[in-house]
Design a protein around this ligand. Structure first.
Ligand code: ATP
Length: 540
């Protein structure tokens, strides 16, 4: 099971500290999000998994970390100044702005059909460089990490003596002044990319393009996405970017629909060619603008043919934030631990009905918020027994807090959800923000507590994983809490561990409880480190 709605994810992410709306105390800043304590761990783990697979485990890759600010000429010759535009329209009635290609003829805010003609809007953020506001002293925040790789092609080649084919990988921030940022972290104005520029001999590009598409699908599967939610889409000739000969988008079934997660483009010799001097002498296949400023030829000397060639480039370009969203969405599940009896469901059903009626009657709610609340409320009501945990998401949607009976609904729902349901993030262990939670059965028993703390310290000292100690509730509640943040293993220290239980053979053993199956087994403290490492590697 995956997340059904974005609300489920937004609510969990905020509640448990994965992702917060940016600058919230000042009313927010549209299109920005901040990663909280668990979000930063998840995001770092995803980036590390990518780096490991694409840099450490390959023989043909180097990494770099280029500056976000680049000489503005980069963006002239990359084609971004001229072509990195989206068509924008204004609603003449409510003055909202929209991307013309995402509208169906009417304003999504006020439904007016009075829209201006589309006009191009450049998505790059312009910024002043240096203290003097001279009209020429500007550049842009990079809208993609790729150009930092192209301008360093020669440096990497010369410093590593690489032979074709080889690639350069980079992870870093990119900025786009999106006209309508939306769908949580799917479309934002500041985000991260994981990009590879893979340089090959002209003529070998099509074979490598195919290989990379397969490779990238397999990698997304290795971080937990399921094949039926991933779809390669071959762009049609009229959809291709100006630099591309062919592009395959990997689409993912996000809660809001099937949309791009990664693009894998055959960029030909466009980029290295367009950033080179003396282009006439290079025999370029791509059409580039004449470059009057470059100081170098970005070519490769082929020792076999004794000729200088401009390599073709295959670019797998993935969004980190979209990756985090896909992984979260795929991992999310609301599960019934035991069936809730009818007399416990009834009051929740009534409170939900009253809440939805009150939303329907409310005249102050903006139309969009009202529609969204009613749609999500009805989705839950249709199968309340299964979907009850989604009420937490419903209550955190815009406008919900202004409904008077929201508090009453929350009061009815929380105890039932606590007793009969669990929300689980079924992350692959290597992505889980916290790998192990060590829990004392009793927090006021000094020996249990000190044993639990020493297990935590010992496991932590291996440096291999993030581990927490938690004694802030009863064991059942602590398990639920760890399930909800995707911790694959809980270790419980009890009386048996101390040798004070009924079975003396259990001395110096602990209970290891598995997140997905909820199964429990007894493991010797001395075996814990090896046991966890093995489980982590096998993905169990
Ligand atoms: P879209 O068509 O969705 O705007 P794009 O085709 O412009 O995306 P690319 O230029 O191919 O995107 O960028 C590569 C990757 O960077 C995308 O597949 C996506 O994962 C990520 N990305 C691009 N724009 C954004 C954004 N505004 N917010 C988050 N991630 C983004």
């Amino acid at each position: 099971m995956a997340a059904q709605t974005m609300e489920q994810l937004v609510s969990l992410c905020k509640r448990r500290g994965f992702i917060f709306p940016g600058s919230a105390v000042y009313g927010g800043l549209q299109g920005t999000y901040d990663y909280g304590p668990l979000g930063v761990e998840l995001k770092n783990n995803l980036k590390l998994a990518w780096w490991r697979a694409n840099v450490w485990e390959r023989e043909d890759m180097e990494g770099i970390d280029a500056a976000i600010l680049m000489n503005k000429l980069t963006w002239r010759y990359s084609g971004h100044e001229e072509t990195f535009v989206d068509p924008m329209v204004d609603c003449k009635s409510c003055k909202m702005r929209w991307r013309a290609d995402q509208l169906s003829g009417k304003c999504p805010h006020c439904a007016s059909t009075e829209l201006t003609e589309p006009r191009p809007f450049n998505l790059m953020f312009k910024t002043q460089i240096g203290p003097v506001p001279d009209p020429e002293s500007f550049s842009y925040l990079r809208p993609e990490t790729a150009q930092g790789i192209f301008v360093n092609f020669k440096h990497v080649l010369d410093s590593t003596s690489r032979k074709l084919p080889f690639g350069i990988a980079q992870i870093g921030k990119a900025f786009r002044n999106e006209i309508t940022p939306r769908n949580f972290i799917f479309r934002v104005r500041e985000f991260e990319q994981m990009e590879i520029e893979f340089f090959v001999r002209p003529g070998e590009d099509e074979g490598w393009h195919k290989k990379w598409v397969e490779d990238r699908i397999n990698w997304w599967l290795s971080v937990g996405l399921s094949r039926q939610n991933l779809e390669p889409y071959h762009q049609k000739p009229d959809e291709l970017a100006h630099y591309a000969k062919a592009t395959v988008d990997l689409l993912y079934r996000f809660p809001h629909g099937l949309e791009e997660l990664e693009g894998i483009a055959n960029r030909t010799d466009y980029d290295l060619g367009s950033h080179s001097k003396d282009q006439g002498s290079l025999g370029l296949k791509a059409r580039v603008s004449p470059n009057a400023h470059s100081t170098d030829k970005l070519t490769y000397f082929d020792p076999e043919t004794k000729q200088h060639v401009v390599p073709f480039v295959i670019e797998p370009s993935a969004g980190v934030d979209r990756g985090v969203l896909a992984v979260l969405s795929e991992a999310y599940a609301e599960e019934q631990v035991k069936p809730a009896p009818a007399d416990r469901l009834k009051p929740v059903e009534e409170a939900l009905g009253t809440f939805l009626k009150s939303v329907g009657r409310n005249e102050k709610l903006p139309a969009q918020a009202k529609e969204a609340l009613l749609a999500e409320g009805e989705r839950i009501a249709q199968a309340l027994g299964e979907r009850m945990p989604s009420i937490a998401g419903l209550l955190s949607m815009p406008g919900a807090e202004s409904i008077e009976v929201a508090k009453k609904l929350r009061g009815q729902v929380d105890p039932v959800v606590d007793e009969f349901y669990r929300t689980v993030l079924h992350f692959k262990p290597h992505l889980a923000p916290i790998k192990v939670a060590v829990l004392p059965l009793k927090k006021n028993h000094p020996e249990i507590v000190s044993t639990a703390k020493s297990i935590r310290r010992k496991l932590q000292s291996t440096g291999a994983m993030r581990i927490v100690y938690d004694d802030t509730g009863a064991i059942g509640k602590l398990y639920r809490r760890q399930d909800e943040i995707g911790t694959p293993f809980c270790i419980t220290v009890d009386f048996d561990t101390l040798g004070d239980g009924t079975d003396a053979a259990l001395k110096n053993t602990v209970t290891v409880r598995h997140r997905d199956s909820m199964a429990q087994e007894r493991v010797a403290i001395s075996e814990l480190e090896t046991y966890l490492r093995e489980k982590m590697q096998s993905g169990a």
